[in-house]
Write a protein that binds this ligand. Structure first.
Ligand SMILES: NC(=O)c1ccc[n+]([C@@H]2O[C@H](COP(=O)([O-])OP(=O)(O)OC[C@H]3O[C@@H](n4cnc5c(N)ncnc54)[C@H](O)[C@@H]3O)[C@@H](O)[C@H]2O)c1
Length: 335
């Protein structure tokens, strides 16, 4: 079966579908599920990498989740659905809010509706800690107010609300994960805004690391992609339908501490170029993960270990990050 042709073979009862399985987080989840011997269908607009598509038990169904008919067909036969597809770029949501909403809002609604219609046993949907907006207290638990300041946060939150309302109204067995800042191999340096990979890429090129914002006041909760995948599996097995769970490490790391850890992991001092002209996101951000821990999640990768393995994976002189950060813009453009 060619990579671009639509596979209509019926899935068996034990099958799992992963939307966004060709992307950064999704590809790790597909690899983990295939390693456990599950049959996995990647449902994505983009073709997965050949090594991923060639794994035993893995196949690809092309679908644009903005189209309900395509979504319904692609998810047919799945027993558990992991909904990972989406726009993950806040900057892109500022540039093209309508595009962002179409995939994160409408696309998520289509996935929920299809799962309800198909009677899937569990839908695990990946939202984002962006829905909280500017943190009001630390660590952030799931009861924290939700006041997104980016279209990205609003589109992710609307996806969440839609699935939760479908749970309440029609019994959709949807569980929602809110990851903090995910890092690990296979992040696209052209679009991914996470500081871990970005800092490491500058450092491995022996160049100064650009730091946006206040180096001490700006803190993040960095969670390794394999821990995110482990959390998603916990949610599929033990998550309460209709509930929301934070996914993080529970550890608060400042930009300075991250730079120090990057220096340590690479065995070379880090030079920093601090730009304090943009202070919008110079806030503390750390997850309270006790709700997820209570159902069996244990973060397994610490930052030092995650950085060492990522540095080895990237090798010397990896592609430099070109993702830009934008919180607002003056002109209104149409996507
Ligand atoms: N990367 C992070 O740090 C992070 C943090 C919090 C939340 N998230 C969430 O995790 C999810 C995955 O993020 P990622 O970093 O893996 O992003 P990614 O861009 O690497 O992967 C997203 C995948 O979704 C697919 N997709 C996009 N639009 C689609 C459509 N209309 N139909 C079908 N497939 C479509 C893309 O082709 C891609 O393969 C996103 O929903 C994002 O909001 C990511």
């Amino acid at each position: 079966m060619g990579m671009n042709s639509f596979d209509t073979t019926p899935l068996t009862d034990a099958d799992v579908a992963v939307t966004g399985g060709a992307g950064f987080v999704g590809s790790h989840l597909v690899t983990m599920l295939a390693g456990l011997g599950r049959n996995v269908t990647i449902v994505d607009l983009a073709c997965p990498a050949q090594e991923l598509a060639d794994l035993p038990g893995v196949r690809y169904r092309h679908a644009d989740l903005r189209d309900y008919g395509e979504t319904l067909l692609a998810l047919q036969g799945a027993h558990t659905v992991f909904h990972i597809a989406g726009n993950a770029s806040g900057t892109k949501s500022v540039e093209f809010p309508r595009f962002d909403f179409q995939i994160n809002g409408l696309g998520t609604c289509n996935v929920g509706n299809a799962c309800a219609e198909l009677g899937v046993r569990r839908l695990v949907s990946l939202s984002s800690a962006i829905v909280y907006g500017t943190p009001q207290y630390f660590p952030i638990d799931e009861e924290h107010p939700t006041r997104p300041f980016l279209p990205y946060g609003a589109s992710k939150f609307s996806g969440e609300l839609t699935l939760r309302s479908m749970h309440d109204a029609i019994g959709l067995p949807a569980v929602i994960g809110r990851p903090f800042v995910i890092y690990g191999p296979r992040e696209d340096p052209r679009s991914a805004g996470g500081e871990v990979s970005q800092f490491l890429r500058w450092q491995l090129n022996q160049l100064p690391i650009p730091v946006v914002g206040d180096i001490d006041r700006k803190t993040r909760d960095f969670v390794h992609v394999t821990d995110v995948c482990a959390a998603l599996m916990v949610l599929a097995e033990a998550g309460e339908p209709g509930e929301v769970y934070n996914i993080g490490s529970g550890r608060e790391v400042s930009m300075r501490a991250l730079a120090d850890a990057v220096a340590e992991a690479t065995g070379r001092p880090a030079r920093l170029e601090v730009d304090e002209s943009q202070l919008e996101d110079s806030f503390r951000l750390v997850a309270d993960i006790s709700k997820l821990q209570a159902i069996g999640y244990r973060p397994g990768v610490d930052l030092a270990g995650g950085l060492r393995s990522l540095a080895a994976e990237l090798g010397p002189f990896p592609e430099l990050p070109t993702a830009t950060v934008a919180f607002r813009r003056e002109r209104v453009l149409e996507s």
